[in-house]
Design a protein around this ligand. Sequence first.
Ligand SMILES: Cc1cc2nc3c(=O)[nH]c(=O)nc-3n(C[C@H](O)[C@H](O)[C@H](O)COP(=O)(O)O)c2cc1C
Length: 309
Amino acid sequence: MNIGGVLLKSDLLFAPIAGFSDAGFRHLCAHYGAGLTCTELVSAKGLVYGGRGSEDLLFTTAETTPCAAQIFGGDPEFMFKAAADERLKQFDIIDINMGCPVKKVFNNGEGSALMQYPDLVTELVQAVREGSGKPVTVKMRAGIKQGYPLAVECAVAAEKGGAAAVTVHPRYREQFYSGEADHSITRAVKAAVHIPVIANGDIVDKQSLDRVREESGADAFMIGRGALGRPYIFAELEGVPFEFDAREAIAKHVDILKRYNPDRVVANLMKMHLCHYAKGKDFAKAVRVAVAQAKCTAEILEIADRFFK
Ligand SMILES: Cc1cc2nc3c(=O)[nH]c(=O)nc-3n(C[C@H](O)[C@H](O)[C@H](O)COP(=O)(O)O)c2cc1C
């Protein structure tokens, strides 16, 4: 699998998930064989105006797996400037977010709102390509309102701008994350463009992967929520033998996050990850209660030792 000259060793990719796709968790997904990881969405305006938050979101470790930086914005000039930012140089691919359903983003004409304007989609891809000099991908939804798919038009417009691949999460903006992803829309996109198409949505195990593969005919598959608490899902689905020790994973994750965050921030970031590792276990509730009170990483590591023996 090849995205604009960037070689991926697996067609199973880790999705951007705000609050979870930090450098530590991306490292774990890469370790277990994800073909590509991606940062969470980073504001182009934030980058241009030098927001410190953007810096943290863009921290990354040297990986054997390529990593994309995802930026969002609706103004080609800002997107050009953001794409040219030094802090993006360490990434292999720049992804443009055209799927975010959140009101604040949508009402600003960004995220999924962009799907309504194919000419602007083309312009944004061109701007980000010129600014970054890197392969540019676009991650989109089915459309905005249910029953009015825009993905084919949007993907064609992205390809026209020179996009190296598109990812389709075929839910409508008004669905947020409810209902089921409709991968017949991904299939329609695949039929309409000549660049690789990545299917995303509801892949959580072998059965759902096979179903999405069959329904979409896509070239690669992106896993989001299915990887939370299970960074090893990539090895599992590839049928590659692996060992997973939650305590070791948590310790590594904390170690990476501490390279660029104060201890208390790391403790807060780790809380949801611990809850995901505990999900479905009989001690899940006890872990939720314990992490709610944790104030430092020493406490997080102690909780990990206590429960994940
Ligand atoms: C909490 C949360 C945060 C997300 N953040 C982002 C994001 O920053 N950028 C993005 O393109 N998609 C984001 N998504 C969407 C996911 O990347 C993915 O498209 C969606 O969850 C469907 O895939 P899944 O069923 O494998 O989770 C987010 C989803 C969730 C649930």
